[in-house]
Design a protein around this ligand. Structure first.
Ligand code: ATP
Length: 578
């Protein structure tokens, strides 16, 4: 749904509100004319008491009609705005549902959440509050202008004589405001991203107590934003005062011309006073209309932000296939860069044979996770080809690839529902017995049973504070249920105590023999039995082979094993000392 379609849709819904608003405005104007008419009659002395009562009743009726129709108009505007709001949110969610994983790797989730929550909320603000006011003001301006023209066309033209200058000034200032609003949006976005990151990392920040600089940085960015907002307010106030002055100019022209016409008996006093009153209302209403320009610019900017998501066409999906091509995995001449400059993977050629255990080792930043990301289809290689069972993953449907390859990531995401539901994500129709069986294989059943509500314990409950290792085992239970032929395990980098490491190892071995296992290993002692170990450095594969072969052939691997042994020796000493 693009901006235009969306606006068309809203305007259709908002038509009734506009009609109600117009009736309310006209009803509000009638008393002024009636009073002036009465003043005219009074000045000629031909008014009976009954007419004054009738006039009072008419004014009351007009005010009541104005109030009732205004309330109805606002209700209808809110009704249309809220249904539009829901429609935009649904359209956004539906659109995001169709986007491939690659899209979510590029767009920050915080940014998308901000659009769905705050930007859409801003649309409501404009549609439900500003737009009805814009309609009211436009109708009011039209009614006033027509009335003054009927009173005396020369006064009508005098009233609008400075309007061309107002439009010229608006044209000039609008460019300045558009820039200001873009800057405002950008700074609000940066500030909210900073704040979100800050709140998410408070525990880590606190751990650094006095030495941490992040709090000051966030406060600085808030102060900078406030200083900028103040400057922007001045940038808006000064041009607005100038425009107001120009509008008042129209009133002055009308008063001078009216006085001349009055003196020359070309109009009577009643017409003159009525024109002056209406002229005052006209410039007031016009100034209000101008003040909505700012909201309109914010609205346009918001719609452009929403369009930055809606405008991205979902990538065309490949056909789903009937027989998933489980088999050897092959990377042929793979090149990849995240930013188009720095190579994250270079000239990768490898084969993970079906149903073998493979390990990828290497220093931090050497490209291990990137390799897994490419196999999962999170990112597309810049050059080369990845095949599973001979079929290129680029030609596979996203769901097929996801059915073929599972990943247990370092950071396991758990939904805030029961532990059973979290495991069931692996297979949504799995029965309770199946869930328990998977948890047993993943070595997490006993821990779950020790919780007060067992499998029904919600992950967010105080009793279910799970350690990194426990979360990984829940994730392994999901994998067991999912039963994909290829499993990638991104080992936690953080040190896990030997007992938990043993449980994770046991859980992995329970995944089943008929799986292709790819372990991104940070603890070398867990992969000595692997059928193939790839040693990576700077995005390239530097050596490959079994543990014993690499111990002989790769200096880098030797150094890594030596470092690991030192850590293990140190851990054993620590344990003995306790
Ligand atoms: N999302 C990303 N955007 C940009 N660059 C990235 C991204 N993810 C990783 N990189 C960069 O790509 C290179 C390879 O990173 P990768 O995460 O694959 O290494 P790794 O070997 O898995 O590291 P670690 O052991 O620390 O997890 C690094 O230079 C890293 O900074």
């Amino acid at each position: 749904m693009k901006e235009n379609n969306f606006m068309k849709e809203f305007k259709k819904k908002g038509r009734l509100s506009s009609v109600l608003t117009s009736v309310s405005v006209i009803a509000g104007m009638i008393p002024i004319f009636v009073v002036m008419l009465m003043v005219g009659f009074l000045s000629k002395g031909n008014v009976v008491t009954g007419s004054i009562w009738a006039l009072g009743a008419l004014i009351c009726l007009c005010q009541a009609v104005k109030a009732v129709f205004y309330a109805l108009a606002i209700w209808k505007a809110h009704d249309s705005a809220y249904s539009s709001l829901a429609e935009i949110r649904l359209a956004l969610i539906e659109h995001l549902r169709n986007m491939t994983l690659r899209f979510f790797q590029k767009r920050k989730t915080g940014d998308l959440a901000n659009i769905i929550n705050h930007d859409v909320e801003r649309v409501e603000l404009y549609l439900a509050h500003t737009l009805p006011e814009v309609v009211i003001t436009n109708v009011l301006l039209a009614v006033i202008f027509i009335s003054v023209m009927i009173l005396d066309w020369r006064l009508g033209l005098a009233m609008i004589s400075t309007i061309p200058l107002v439009f010229l000034a608006m044209y000039i200032f609008n460019k300045l405001w558009t820039r200001m609003i873009e800057k405002y949006h950008q700074s609000v976005k940066t500030m909210s991203e900073d704040l979100m990151e800050y709140i998410a990392t408070i525990p880590a920040i606190k751990a650094f107590s006095k030495d941490e600089k992040k709090t000051e940085q966030v406060l600085d960015s808030l102060h900078a934003y406030i200083a900028w907002a103040k400057k922007a307010t001045i940038g808006e106030a000064i041009p607005m005062s100038f425009i107001m002055m120009l509008l008042e100019g129209g009133m002055i022209v009308l008063t001078i011309l009216g006085s001349i016409l009055l003196r020359g008996n070309q109009i009577d006093m009643v017409k003159f006073i009525l024109a002056v009153i209406l002229g005052g209302q006209f410039s007031e209403a016009f100034a209000r209309l101008m003040s909505f320009e700012h909201s309109k610019a914010v609205f346009k900017n918001t719609m452009a932000t929403i369009d930055s998501v809606m405008g991205v066409e979902p990538e065309e999906e490949n056909e789903k296939c009937r027989d998933l091509p489980a088999g050897d995995i092959e990377f042929k001449n793979i090149h990849f860069s995240y930013d188009g400059e720095k190579k994250a993977l270079e000239d990768i050629n490898l084969v993970f044979q079906k149903n073998t255990v493979n390990a990828i080792v290497g220093p931090s930043g050497s490209g291990k996770s990137t390799l897994a990301n490419l196999l999962m289809g999170f990112w597309k290689a810049d050059g080369g080809k990845i095949t599973i069972g001979g079929k290129s993953i680029d030609a596979m449907h996203e769901r097929d690839l996801s059915a073929l390859v599972s990943i247990v990531q370092q950071e396991v995401f758990l939904f805030n529902t029961s532990i059973a539901e979290n495991i069931r994500i692996g297979k949504k129709d799995a029965g309770r017995e199946e869930v328990i069986e998977a948890a047993k294989k993943a070595q997490i059943h006993d821990m779950i049973m020790s919780l007060p509500r067992g499998y029904e314990t919600a992950v967010g409950e105080a009793g279910a504070r799970l350690s990194g290792g426990e979360k990984q085992r829940i994730s392994i239970a999901r994998m067991i249920l999912k039963n994909a032929p290829v499993v990638i395990l991104d080992e936690a980098t953080a040190a896990i105590d030997p007992y938990h490491e043993y449980l994770i190892q046991k859980a992995i071995s329970n995944l089943g023999k008929n799986k292709t296992l790819i372990i991104i290993a940070h603890h070398l002692n867990t992969i000595t039995h692997a059928d193939q170990i790839l040693v990576m450095e700077d995005g390239r594969i530097k050596a490959r082979g079994k543990h014993e072969e690499l111990l002989k052939s790769s200096r880098m691997y030797q150094a890594m094993v030596k470092a690991q042994n030192e850590v293990d020796g140190w851990q054993i000493k620590e344990a003995k000392a306790l």
